[in-house]
Design a protein around this ligand. Structure first.
Ligand code: FAD
Length: 450
């Protein structure tokens, strides 16, 4: 078979998914990863009965295609569904945890929004559409749903998903569905109702929040086993195309020749030393923001915590002036992640909101997080388990004018025959988006061959 030799640089979930599918289709896949393990942002650790996730904690599964992929990869039986209690989420208001409304009754009663804030939502269908080429999420929400929804729903939600800020993200690029709905239906309310009634449900299954029995690390570990040749602890220094195909330089060695090269590395690694770019193109890749983030795990005896931890966790709006972005109740989400009679909580510090806090050393982070948890969850005493990981560059922010980044990446692909660039900076940051993008990428390569 021609065009059969594939190199993948970076063992993130996107590249691993593409590699799994290509290997199954008969290609020879060679993977290069600078760390000693696969998974990129996905990293699970199990120490003395505390099962902790340093990166993603859950996957929101709602695509039939992604579910079928997990089954085909042999992970169907390993899926662990989140505790049904996890549908309950909290937002901090005036220093206390308030339940996020999930029914009309809840909505009427919730103290998260004032009566005028609630009325503003009901008026949404009558607000005229605006044709803005791009706009921040904050401006979009303020315009359509009002300041209170922005401050007490969207702001904490963005801190929880992107470690970001609605003042920086582009509605068009970070939430393309919202942007499209306003353009097509004139209103979010009308658009969502229309989609619910007539939407394409072919690829949709009932949404489930999942992980795997031994944590999310099972996903990359399983996919890695399908790859033909694996070079871990191998940092690629340069890639270049010559007459025979793609050549990879790593640790003083040259590998090649490959027909196709998949780069699954973050955008900040794209430099002139790494790949021939072109005037200004690689500089544009560098404008993508990746805020720093600290992830902090604390474990307590159940008896130390007065709050019942009966939900997914809580998020903190910026105007509450706290030092954490939010926390997950891991041992409620997936029972068994903490030893018996103990509870595990994961908290997030920093992001675009407070980047300097993310960089504090472990002792100071511990003091900061345990202080906030003590106050918000009525905890007595010190944690009996503590762990901390610092992500200097956490999650790419799809900011206003992000199309410049997309254009630069597409330009690089056009300039270099056989080059594919993939990762969470393109087409969504959530794990199911990365998986879908990995599958699409493999299909593209398979079609190109024919
Ligand atoms: C703290 C945190 C929490 C998150 N929580 C969730 C969540 O709960 N749910 C969810 O759906 N998503 C979550 N995400 C997002 C999701 O985990 C990521 O978007 C996704 O895992 C990124 O995958 P990727 O394919 O872009 O590759 P990446 O994970 O970015 O991996 C890239 C790989 O390339 C390697 N690499 C880089 N340079 C080189 C080189 N020169 N040579 C060789 N290898 C190289 C790196 O070591 C890395 O392994 C979270 C992310 C973070 C950071």
């Amino acid at each position: 078979m021609k065009n059969k030799e594939i190199a993948i640089v970076g063992a993130g979930i996107t590249g691993l998914t593409a590699g799994w599918m290509l290997q199954k289709a008969g290609y020879h896949v060679t993977l290069f990863e600078r760390r000693s393990w696969a998974g990129g942002a996905i990293r699970t650790d199990n120490s003395q009965g505390w099962l902790v996730e340093y990166g993603p904690n859950t996957m929101r599964l709602k695509s039939k295609r992604v579910q079928e992929f997990l089954n085909a990869a042999g992970l169907g039986k390993r899926i662990e569904k989140a505790n049904p209690d996890a549908h309950k989420r909290f937002i901090v208001k005036n220093g206390t945890l308030q339940k996020v409304p999930v029914s009309v009754g809840d909505f009427i009663r919730t103290p998260l929004l004032s009566t005028s804030g609630k009325l503003k939502i009901l008026k949404e269908p009558f607000i005229r559409r605006e044709h803005k080429p791009d706009e921040t999420l904050a401006s979009f929400i303020r315009r359509r749903l009002g300041d209170e929804v922005l401050e007490y729903a969207v702001n904490p939600f963005i801190a929880g998903i992107y470690a970001g800020s609605p003042d920086r993200l582009s509605v068009k690029h970070a939430f393309p569905k919202l942007y499209q709905i306003e353009q097509e239906s004139g209103s979010l309310t009308k658009g969502f109702i229309k989609r619910a009634v007539s939407g394409n449900k072919e690829d949709t299954i009932k949404t489930r929040l999942i992980s795997f029995s031994n944590g999310l690390q099972e996903l990359p570990d399983t996919l890695l086993k399908s790859i033909g040749k694996i070079h871990l602890d191998t940092e690629v220094e340069r890639v270049q195309r010559n007459q025979e195909g793609w050549e990879i330089q790593a640790g003083g060695f040259r590998f090649g020749a490959f027909d196709k090269l998949i780069l699954n590395i973050p955008l900040y690694h794209f430099s002139e030393q790494f790949i021939n770019g072109g005037a200004g193109i690689l500089d544009i890749c560098q404008i993508a923001e990746y805020p720093p983030l600290s992830v902090v795990m604390t474990g307590y005896e159940s008896s130390q915590v007065r709050h019942p931890l009966d939900g997914f966790g809580f998020l903190v709006p910026e105007n509450e002036n706290r030092q954490i972005l939010g926390s997950l109740f891991n041992s409620t989400l997936f029972p068994g992640r903490a030893p018996k009679e103990k509870v595990l909580i994961t908290s997030f510090v920093g992001g675009s909101r407070q980047p300097e806090l993310a960089k504090l050393d472990s002792d100071r982070i511990k003091k900061l997080v345990t202080g906030e948890l003590k106050d918000l969850l009525s905890i007595e005493g010190e944690p009996l388990f503590f762990d901390h990981v610092f992500w200097p560059n956490s999650i790419p922010q799809y900011t206003v004018q992000y199309e410049r980044v997309y254009e630069a990446v597409e330009y690089l692909e056009r300039q270099h025959s056989g080059l594919k660039i993939a990762g969470n900076f393109r087409g969504g940051i959530a794990l199911p988006d990365c998986i879908a993008n990995g599958l699409n990428l493999a299909e593209e390569i398979i079609v190109e061959k024919n």
